[in-house]
Write a protein that binds this ligand. Structure first.
Ligand code: ITT
Length: 201
């Protein structure tokens, strides 16, 4: 319906996240716009807490009908879940090669990416999560994507995330799952609000 499109404002400093969000949500009819907002990351072991805290601040500094912050991490089983919520710092300090070094000689290479999307708007706060499980490759492959994509192979695939197009990655991705859940909630909410308005007329 013209003029009734749902928009999600994503506060992120990572342009790949914005591109992935657009590719995941455009097919659902949800537009994704970047939000220039203050972004504060607390230290916590919970992705949900980190995302919600940051979304509250972003919303307070730049209110929109639906402000989203996504926080993600790579949880490696043999490393007891490390780097998890510290993935961004670990990527910057150790990088992909550092992670591979930690896993040298390790046979159980199972790992999951997890994502938490916090949505804050007028009178509501919600958090949605998504997970993509698979394996850490023996060596990096591919040049697409970002972060640990070259060494993450989702279950049922032989290619790494970095060897996939955006659309292919989004079929498996933790972020796409969490964002789609958020978008579906927003669509239902928008329909409910429109229904309520119609009943009041
Ligand atoms: P924000 O501005 O949105 O915070 P960021 O890149 O700092 O962007 P995070 O705090 O969520 O994002 O950091 C998560 C880190 O985990 C990220 O820097 C990557 O190294 C890794 N990561 C998360 N999702 C990933 C994905 O889909 N592919 C590859 N690496 C990912």
């Amino acid at each position: 319906m013209a003029g009734s499109r749902v928009t999600l404002w994503l506060a992120t400093g990572n342009r790949h996240k914005l591109e992935e969000a657009r590719a995941a949500l455009e097919p659902l009819g949800v537009a994704v716009e970047p939000l220039e907002a203050e972004k504060l990351e607390i230290q916590s072991e919970s992705l949900e807490e980190i995302a919600l805290f940051a979304a509250r601040i972003a919303y307070a500094s730049n209110p929109r009908p639906a402000v989203a912050v996504e926080d993600a991490g790579l949880f490696v089983k043999a490393l007891n879940g490390f780097p998890g919520p510290y993935s961004s710092y670990t990527y910057k300090t150790l990088g992909v090669e550092g992670l591979l070094k930690l896993l040298e000689g390790v046979e159980d290479r199972r790992a999951c990416f997890r994502s938490a999307v916090a949505l804050v708007g007028p009178g509501y706060e919600k958090v949605f999560t998504g997970e993509a499980c698979g394996f850490i490759a023996e060596s990096p492959k591919g040049s697409q994507g970002f972060g640990f994509d070259p060494v993450f192979i989702p279950e049922g695939e032989e290619r790494s995330f970095a060897e996939m197009s955006l659309e292919e990655k989004n079929r498996y991705s933790h972020r796409a799952k969490a964002l789609r859940a958020a978008a579906e909630w927003l669509i239902e909410r928008a329909e409910g609000l429109r229904g309520g308005a119609a009943r009041r007329v």
